[in-house]
Design a protein around this ligand. Structure first.
Ligand code: SAH
Length: 373
């Protein structure tokens, strides 16, 4: 089957106004693999079609989530992540309540519409209580006008429910790799890093009613095209509302650093990420997809490229600058030195240059989720 034939399976005349969820063409594993391998003209056709579908369904709007990197204290030691508990090479911090609320107020002032609270993973009572408190406090800003996304790792169903009841309505928990074997090549095989536990967490989030986001890193050691195709099918099967995918970036203080010469080049990891975004846009036309900061770290134009490949969400960093250097999940993270107001002008200009615009003062919920519920 040719790439054009596969792309023609995807509805060429989508109906953006339809109130019902719009079913997309069901791509098979083999078709996805062919698209992932597309080069030259074929690759261009894939990106063009993904952009066309996105513009038809979601317009040229980009939603912002002001990112607050709450703490780098982490009880886990994932083999890829720079803030893993076994890395002694930087200071651990936790933002004060005032700092978090200050960031959220700034997000509101800047018209971002939503904040995302992300952190290293802890599940002790003090942490759970603190997050519950912070979510409630953020909700008080201008009578609940900010949407709240959490990205705080694996928790009990009861904790997820408490945070939901406190006012969080979106949760990001990347599966990281939907293939169990690959999962255990990038995580230690122990009770703290259990693949089935992570799956169960995603299921809890979905059943509680969060707009649930998941995702994977692209270009991991040992990752194959089959794995990537199955990751996309996994997102579709779980019918998630949001997906975040970004290139894997080796960190020198982590065990996976030793494989840095055995992975595709940064350029190839970036390109594969863009193909993953484009194909998923065809498979799930109305979900929210983030142009991850990792894209911009690998390529200065990475976020724009992700938007043009089908992403529709950007997470500008609002963490106070003095802490950012200590939240390096991967090295050379983009925007570590930017100030929020610079960031906003920069975004407006960069997005206008590619025919997109930020939708300010809106939660920017997943259209797929809203139609379903
Ligand atoms: N503790 C939270 C937040 C983790 S950081 C959680 O477990 O969900 C958010 C994402 O950064 C992770 O899910 C992972 O996919 C990504 N990440 C971590 N290390 C990375 C690396 N070295 N390169 C690229 N992405 C990385």
């Amino acid at each position: 089957m040719s790439i054009s034939e596969i792309l023609n399976k995807v509805d060429p005349s989508p109906l953006p106004q339809a109130q019902e969820p719009q079913e997309a063409a069901a791509l098979t594993h083999e078709e996805i693999k062919l698209l992932l391998a597309a080069e030259g003209e074929d690759k261009k056709k894939l990106f063009d079609r993904a952009l066309q579908v996105k513009l038809a369904r979601l317009d040229n709007h980009v939603h912002l989530r002001g990112l607050i990197e709450y703490s780098n204290i982490c009880t886990k030691y994932c083999l890829y992540c720079g803030v893993r508990s076994k890395n002694p090479n930087f200071e651990r911090y936790q933002l004060s309540d005032e700092e978090v609320i200050g960031c959220a107020k700034l997000a509101h002032q800047l018209g971002y519409g939503s904040v995302a609270l992300q952190s290293g993973e802890r599940s002790d009572k003090a942490f759970v209580d603190k997050i519950t408190y912070l979510v409630k406090e953020i909700k008080k800003i201008d009578n609940g006008s900010l949407g709240i996304t959490l990205s705080l790792g694996e928790q009990t169903e009861e904790t997820y429910r408490r945070w939901f009841e406190a006012g969080a309505h979106r949760y990001l928990l990347r599966i990281e790799a939907s293939n169990e074997d690959l999962y255990y090549k990038i995580h230690p095989r122990d009770a703290k890093h259990d693949f089935h536990q992570r799956l169960a967490c995603i299921d809890s989030l979905l059943s509680i009613g969060y707009q649930t986001g998941t995702g994977v890193m692209v270009g991991l050691p040992f990752q194959t095209l089959d794995d990537l195709a199955n990751d996309l099918l996994f997102f579709k099967k779980k019918d998630v509302a949001m997906v975040g995918m970004g290139p894997f970036i080796p960190h020198p203080d982590t065990p996976l650093w030793q494989y840095r010469d055995q992975i595709p080049t940064a350029e190839k990891r970036m390109e594969m990420t863009l193909k993953m975004i484009a194909i998923l846009r065809l498979m799930m036309p109305e979900i929210n997809m983030v142009a991850a900061t990792a894209n911009q770290t690998v390529d200065p134009q990475g976020r724009e490229k992700a938007i043009l490949a089908g992403a529709n969400v950007i997470m500008p960093n609002l963490t106070p600058n003095e802490f950012r250097e200590n939240y390096l999940i991967y090295p050379d993270k983009a925007c570590v030195k930017d100030q929020p107001d610079q960031c906003q002008t920069c975004l407006d200009v960069r997005l206008a240059a590619i025919g997109h615009k930020v939708l300010y003062n809106a939660w920017g919920d997943s259209v797929a989720f809203t139609k379903k519920h």
